[in-house]
Design a binder for this molecule. Structure first.
Ligand SMILES: [Zn+2]
Length: 86
C-alpha cells in the first residue's frame, strides 16, 4: 500500500515538472498523474503549449520570443550571439 503511494507521488512530481516545462498546469497534472500514473505517458506525448513555430525561449529570462529577434523584448539582452561577446 505504501509502495503504491510512493509510486503515485513520484509520478505526480514528474508529471508536474513535465507539465510546467510544457507550459501546462503543474497542479492539475500533479493530481492527474498521482491518481493515474499512465497519464504521465500521455503528458510526455503532448506537445508543449508554447511550441509555436517561429518562437523560442530566451536563454536568459526563459520568456518566449520570436526566433528572429536579436534582442529579447523581456530582458533586453542579445539572444543571437554565441561568439562575439567581447
Ligand atoms: Zn530575455
Amino acid at each position: 500500500m505504501f509502495t503504491v503511494f510512493i509510486i503515485g507521488l513520484i509520478c505526480a512530481i514528474i508529471g508536474s515538472i513535465v507539465a510546467k516545462n510544457k507550459g501546462r498546469s503543474a497542479v492539475g497534472w500533479f493530481l492527474l498523474c498521482g491518481f493515474l500514473c499512465p497519464l504521465l505517458l500521455v503528458l510526455l506525448a503532448l506537445p508543449p503549449l508554447h511550441s509555436k513555430t517561429g518562437e523560442r525561449k530566451c536563454p536568459f529570462c526563459a520568456e518566449w520570443i520570436k526566433s528572429e529577434a536579436k534582442v529579447c523584448k523581456h530582458c533586453g539582452r542579445g539572444t543571437s550571439m554565441t561568439s562575439s561577446t567581447e
